[in-house]
Design a protein around this ligand. Structure first.
Ligand code: SF4
Length: 236
């Protein structure tokens, strides 16, 4: 398996752990606010890092490295992912994966095989097709149904793996009421994170001039959402 980005040390990709982070190529979504357009649209133009190099690095830092975070792009469009994860787990490391939720079967298999310790699942918008297709930049309703299935998998999770749902709060795509709707749809979830939108490089360049919501507005959203889930936090 090849990666298109390798961060040797990260303190933010896996809550409370020191990890390395790898970035996979390609994605089946086209979120207009995506901050990794190179990985999504032109991954072949980026240098590759081999799985062997990643595992060797982890082993060389075993004394203080807790694990590996796998992000993208969308990691679960890579068929080789389970084999790679198995290799990392065999060396005794924790594995966290960030996903858009479009491969519920792989998610289930990784959980059932105890190959995954932490999942961050992006919920781009309320789980309503008309809203979701705009936020994810897709026309394929089947992908949307798969996201809903993955949400269900995590809500019914009965294993040691932990998870969080995350929504990037993008002005124009997400309103205060939308956050409340998502919180109701993931009622009793262990953890829901509202991520601040940072207008840096975005897939749709128009989003670079958007003004993010203020901290006060995000905090107001968080307070309203927190009565539906176990914990709700703002990040960024
Ligand atoms: S933000 Fe959207 S387009 Fe970008 S990598 Fe994530 S799911 Fe794919």
């Amino acid at each position: 398996m090849k990666f298109k980005g390798f961060q040797k040390t990260s303190l933010i990709e896996y809550p409370g752990k020191i990890v390395s982070a790898v970035f996979t190529a390609g994605c089946n979504f086209r979120c207009p606010f995506c901050q990794n357009p190179g990985l999504v649209l032109t991954p072949d133009s980026l240098p590759s890092v081999s799985s062997k190099e990643v595992v060797s690095h982890l082993i060389s830092k075993k004394k203080w490295m807790d694990g590996l975070s796998i992000t993208g792009g969308e990691p679960m469009i890579c068929k080789d992912l389970p084999n790679f994860v198995r290799e990392v787990k065999r060396e005794g490391f924790l594995v966290g994966i960030e996903t858009n939720g479009t491969n519920p079967q792989m998610l289930k298999d990784l959980i059932a095989g105890r190959l995954i310790d932490y999942v961050a699942l992006d919920i781009k918008a309320p789980l309503v097709w008309e809203k979701y297709k705009r936020a994810a930049g897709i026309n394929d309703e089947d992908l949307f149904r798969k996201v809903k299935e993955s949400v269900k998998v995590l809500l019914e999770l009965d294993s040691e793996a932990s998870y969080e749902f995350r929504t990037t709060v993008v002005p124009g795509l997400i309103k205060e009421e939308d956050i409340l709707t998502v919180a109701r749809q993931i009622k009793r979830a262990k953890s829901y994170t509202l991520q601040q939108f940072l207008p840096r490089i975005t897939l749709d360049r128009q989003y670079e001039s958007l003004k993010p919501y203020s901290k006060e507005v995000l905090e107001k959203m968080r307070k309203r959402a927190e009565s539906y889930v176990e914990t709700c936090q703002v990040r960024g």
